[in-house]
Design a protein around this ligand. Structure first.
Ligand SMILES: CC(C)(COP(=O)(O)OP(=O)(O)OC[C@H]1O[C@@H](n2cnc3c(N)ncnc32)[C@H](O)[C@@H]1OP(=O)(O)O)[C@@H](O)C(=O)NCCC(=O)NCCS
Ligand SMILES: CC(=O)OP(=O)(O)O
Length: 322
């Protein structure tokens, strides 16, 4: 079954709510109307009701059935400020909290933290930093994780792969890279991918020597230490990871080479560039970034997203809340 049909079946009837802080963005509104109409989850838009109504009317969208919360007039704002100050434990004052919660991403994240929404999807007009910083500060990492990371599902027809980290950790060390590999393998299983993890590099099994290559090789060893049962191998080049004949030539005997479906990039430059090349040159649909290792489901969008991406990311985020 198609991934999204199966995710929709999972979330159907579970009364899940997804907060969409960018309420005046037409792509967000279009996706919200669609989600509400299909009745698979309840979107909550943030923003000024008149501003949202104007954008809806300009785009011929009927938003009568949608829930809108205006942070400026939210009746439980004081309670939210107190919860924020308590969570930040001396890192932010009450005055700072009032100011920060005027930012819809902070406000939406607090709705999720306070269990008033099941998850949040934002980032169509905000940078990743502005979208995820509130989550890092308030929701924080789930037990057993020392960091969060961001993966993408890349799919085209029957092909489905995971790429990471494409969103968060700029230059992870070997231990960090190993954790990203294990987190991404876990995400892969949620999306019906039986993970075979390639730790990518410009070298395959010692064909080049450099500190960067050493990092990936060490990360592979650490990943084995974190999950002995996980098929993970590296360091290897993308062709060795993906093409069976090249894998057999460059990494003979590897259970992953030539058959990888989870690709862990050595740093954020390569990960972010890599997924966008697969999306824009390769014609793959890129869904994400899915934030891994967070205590509650919050998803970032690429600013280049379309309405379909917002719709699918909302479904996926709701599924992560189960
Ligand atoms: C994610 C990112 C925004 C965090 O940067 P930052 O806000 O400067 O981070 P700081 O070091 O100030 O930390 C802020 C908080 O986040 C936490 N944090 C930072 N990185 C984290 C990570 N990877 N995992 C978990 N928590 C993290 C810190 O512990 C800190 O928490 P605290 O305030 O409770 O002490 C930054 O790493 C970044 O810009 N990454 C690249 C994003 C990007 O442009 N991606 C490409 C497009 S998708
Ligand atoms: C994921 C990503 O690259 O986001 P953006 O395009 O918004 O920078």
């Amino acid at each position: 079954m198609d991934l999204f049909e199966s995710l929709k079946n999972k979330i159907d009837g579970k009364d899940l709510t997804i907060v969409l802080p960018e309420g005046t963005e037409p792509r967000i509104l279009g996706a919200a109307v669609r989600l509400q109409k299909e009745n698979i989850l309840k979107p909550i838009l943030l923003g000024n009701k008149n501003d949202i109504a104007k954008v809806a009317s300009d785009n011929s969208l009927n938003i009568d059935a949608l829930q809108v919360i205006d942070p400026e007039t939210y009746p439980e704002f004081d309670e939210m400020v107190d919860a924020f100050v308590e969570r930040r434990k001396g890192k932010n004052t009450k005055e700072q909290a009032v100011k920060m919660l005027k930012d819809n991403n902070y406000f939406g994240t607090m709705l999720v933290y306070m269990d008033k929404a099941s998850g949040m999807v934002s980032g169509s007009v905000h940078s990743t930093g502005d979208t995820v910083r509130p989550a890092l500060q308030i929701v924080k990492t789930a037990p057993g994780n020392s960091r969060i990371s961001g993966s993408f599902i890349l799919q085209k027809g029957d092909e489905r792969y995971m790429f990471a980290d494409c969103a968060i950790n700029i230059n992870p060390d070997a231990q960090g890279l190993a954790e990203i590999a294990v987190q991404t393998a876990k995400s892969a299983k949620l999306f019906d991918i039986d993970p075979k993890v390639a730790m990518l590099s410009f070298s395959t099994k010692g064909s080049a020597k450099s500190e960067e290559v050493d990092k990936v090789r060490l990360a592979t060893e650490f990943a084995h230490g974190l999950d002995a049962d996980l098929p993970v191998d590296g360091e290897m080049q993308f062709d060795a990871a993906f093409v069976p004949s090249v894998g057999a030539q460059k990494a003979p005997g590897s259970k992953v080479a030539g058959h990888a479906n989870v690709f862990v990039f050595p740093d954020l430059q390569s990960g972010n560039i890599g997924y966008k090349i697969a999306q824009r040159f390769g014609g793959f649909e890129a869904i994400g970034p899915i934030l891994q290792g967070l205590n509650k489901p919050i998803s970032d969008l690429s600013r280049g997203c379309n309405e379909e991406d917002v719709y699918k990311t909302s479904i996926l985020t709701a599924a992560l809340a189960l």
